[in-house]
Design a binder for this molecule. Sequence first.
Ligand code: CTP
Length: 463
Amino acid sequence: MFPRILERSSTMSDYMFMLDSHLTADQSRVAAEVQAKAVEQGLNLFLSGGAMRDMLGGFPIRDLDFTVEGNAIKFAKLLAAKGEAEILSTDDHKKSAELLFSNGVTVEIGMARTERYGKPGARPVVAPATMHEDLRGRDFTINAMALSLHKASRGLLLDPTNGQADLERKEMRTVHNYAFYDDPLRLLRLLRFKTRLNFAIEERTQMQYANAREAEMETKIPVEGLNLELRKIADEPDPGELLRVLEEEKLAHLFSSALAGTKLNLPTFQRLHKARQMVPSGSEFTAQNLGLFLNVLVEKLNPKEKAALIKRLELTKAELAQWQKLDANAKKLEKELKAPKLNRASAVYRFLKAQPGELMLYLLLRSQQRLVVDRIKNYFTKYIPIALEVTDRDLLATGIEPGPKFAKAKEDYINGRLDGRIKKPIPPEPPPTPPQSTGGFARRSPAATPAPAPTTTTPSKPV
Ligand code: CTP
């Protein structure tokens, strides 16, 4: 089969449509802003990497990954200059920057580049390149696709290694034979994506992995790479399962020699995963995962092992605070959650809606207070689903007019539903189906054909 080097066809606008329907409202706003700035600067802009994989695979888009053919750091600074985004980090070597927009959307902007590796795990020599050349140097085919957002070629898919077919087959395949030798961190990335997406590893990639392990390439992963990867593991939907896989593959010790057997604390990670699964899809729930992840990860380590791991991770001030203050903040929330004034469903809903997600998960995991655990469980399994059920149409049907007071009216309506003061509206009866002729040759009218299922699905947002 020939790889699809450049695909221009009647499906061109389909990718833009797919993108639109996949982004959250906040991500859409940010994507529009980034595109407008690229037009203003005359830069070729592409959606790339993980964002493309997630969009085409029907997974929720976690971060917006963009690549520009040009100076990415300068571009990121221009985006931040308006004050609606802050630069979280820049990589002057790889010429990329990470931005956090004020609506909570994270964006990665990289320069289209080639990376030439002298030695495994060594710093590559980076040079500006075209988007197409850049894709050919990436790790796995499912991560090596891009969508042009440039005015003249908007909606054009670049898929030089046929990543779309691998996505459909649910297979991980390296882009080239030296992927693991060039950058051994990809050994860990392979297992992370495989675990997250539940994909198989293609045969040749399995052999390349085995060869790289035989040559002990994992020992060449630099500490910064391991630190980055551990943060990525913390953000996975099921970090415990990934740690189990890493231990099985004899790789978990790379993070700390103490992390093995019962010290890996897998049962607690399993309970954390169960708690996360309570969060209904479609809710606006967010959590800062790193602090809670570290809290569970180091629980079984002795003080010396714990200190060594934390020191090696080179946590930023904010990350350190996230981890260190977790216990105290959760204790405070536990106390507040016992308050008698929270005796109505609407009061619990309003109160918990404003609380940090990681504290609620922490309490589900560790609180011994029945009342506290029940209130959080009810919030996730009963109250959020009721609130999500309420549509603007329900409100308009009650005679409430659109306008500035609409949001407040909706809140009151949700409170009423939560406390049982307002009953769930009964959906109108469907119109009666016309009687069908029983004899002779019956043709099914096209209108009666069920609508085709959407081509993409958006599973629950990882928390
Ligand atoms: N990449 C690579 N080799 C690496 C790291 C990254 O080839 N060692 C490429 C991949 O194409 C990846 C992109 O750079 O898709 C962006 O990297 P990153 O943000 O780390 O990964 P994502 O694919 O966006 O994954 P996630 O969903 O975990 O954010």
